[in-house]
Design a protein around this ligand. Structure first.
Ligand SMILES: [Zn+2]
Length: 218
């Protein structure tokens, strides 16, 4: 793992947040974030992948695009300064603080199908991010076809010199966080990853905390 990462902290205090919620281990979550609001995800116990999608709150057909995001920033991992881009090439949010680094947006979400291929047929019935996303987007009238390639906050996916990728031990420590400011009204959808067959969650899925600050709070 490269070490050229500089942590950037946020001045915002949890006590001034308009929303503060702990997503239990293995569970999905969604919430609306208004343009100008700040959104923080805290990896409470460390080494917990947080699979995340964004949708335009007023038109769900416009949604997060990992491809547009990587092209726009010309870098393989997300961190402070990264613009979170939509499939229409518009800025949805910008990462303004990050104490962990190396957030992936290439490896996608775990699914029963992928588990079966990677880890054996006996894992087919284990709960996966794909199911979490399905449950959560269905609350907003969306279906399978609305789930696209996601951000994996706090997931360590080193890209090798030959171009291959692997899911490696997490690098986030307890309390590490990533914070972003919405550049449009968005719906954020999270799967607090339940994977226990690879090291993305340290083989022990744990809770994460989400906070939202109103635009006039800083
Ligand atoms: Zn997962």
């Amino acid at each position: 793992m490269s070490t050229n990462f500089t942590p950037v902290h946020s001045p915002r205090e949890p006590a001034t947040a308009r929303y503060d919620f702990v997503i239990p281990a293995n569970q999905p979550w969604s919430g609306f974030i208004v343009k100008g609001e700040a959104f923080r995800i805290i990896d409470l116990e460390g080494c917990q992948a947080v699979d995340t999608l964004f949708y335009n709150a007023h038109d769900f057909a416009e949604r997060y695009s990992g491809q547009d995001t990587l092209v726009a920033q010309k870098a393989a991992y997300l961190s402070t300064g990264s613009g979170i881009m939509s499939n229409e090439g518009r800025l949805m949010a910008r990462i303004t603080a990050d104490t962990s680094g190396f957030h992936d947006t290439s490896a996608g979400a775990c699914s029963c199908e992928a588990n079966t291929v990677r880890f054996g047929h006996h894992t087919k019935y284990m709960h996966a991010c794909r199911e979490n996303f399905l449950i959560e987007v269905s609350k907003h009238g969306m279906t399978k076809r609305d789930i696209v390639g996601n951000i994996n906050f706090f997931m360590n996916v080193p890209i090798q010199p030959d171009g291959s990728i692997a899911i490696a031990d997490g690098v986030s420590s307890p309390g590490d966080y990533v914070e972003m400011v919405a550049e449009m009204d968005v719906l954020a959808v999270i799967s607090n990853c339940p994977q226990v067959n690879n090291p993305c969650n340290g083989f022990n899925p744990t809770p994460v905390r989400v906070l939202i600050w109103a635009a006039d709070r800083n």
